[in-house]
Design a protein. Structure first.
Length: 218
């Protein structure tokens, strides 16, 4: 099952308050509460509802698809887009004797950096039309985006294009382990149980066969 997280891509304002809120509540006036607080610091960071939920789901080993909106205030600031591949827990109980008994996490990911460009109205409508068509295709009676009434609705969205200025790829597939341990991990990931991850096992085999991230032979 695919999880699609929708919501805003905005800013989080993180404030530091030195006291406790209960100090300012009067027990006899809880029905009429109106308070102001002075904070020591305030930090503005990129965040928003949708990215925060998607990040939390990723920590629970889910692979959500983020579908959100970004406002005009993105400006010319660089953003980071993370493409997460297969990933999963690796237990040290799968290692051969003599290996360092530390658990780890195998994964593959690409971090792309770029500056967003806001799409013009026509391009944004074209992107939305393709997006709706993509999700409507499996529907028994698909409802395509009507080009007659769609433009006014599309103006309520902000489409972005992000040219990639630089990127970093990381493939961590137990390349530092001995061959027997690598095979043990692959077998355990294919086995039934709480850590069944056959697609991650496929990636491990691909990395091993193609020598991705392995030391060069001398």
């Amino acid at each position: 099952m695919r999880i699609i997280v929708t919501g805003s891509i905005a800013y989080d304002y993180l404030m530091s308050y030195p006291g406790t809120f209960t100090e300012h509540f009067l027990p006899d006036h809880l029905s009429r509460v109106s308070l102001s607080f002075l904070v020591d610091t305030m930090d503005k960071r990129r965040g928003g509802c949708a990215p925060n939920i998607a990040y939390s789901l990723a920590l629970l080993n889910e692979r959500p698809v983020l579908m959100g909106t970004a406002g005009q205030d993105f400006g010319d600031r660089e953003v980071l887009v993370v493409f997460q591949g297969q990933h999963g827990y690796v237990s040290p109980s799968w290692y051969e004797p003599g290996s360092v008994k530390a658990p780890t996490w195998n994964f593959s990911a690409v971090h792309c950096h770029g500056t967003p460009e806001i799409l013009d109205a026509d391009t944004n409508l074209a992107v939305l039309t393709k997006l709706v068509a993509h999700f409507e295709q499996p529907v028994e009676e698909p409802m395509w985006l009507n080009q007659g009434w769609a433009p006014p609705i599309a103006r309520g969205t902000v489409g972005l294009r992000i040219p990639v200025d630089r990127f970093t790829c990381k493939v961590k597939m137990s390349q530092d382990k001995d061959p027997v341990t690598v095979q043990n991990v692959i077998a355990q990931l294919r086995a039934p149980g709480p850590y069944n991850q056959p697609h991650l096992a496929d990636d491990m085999e691909r990395a091993r066969n193609d020598r991705i991230g392995y030391p060069s032979a001398t």
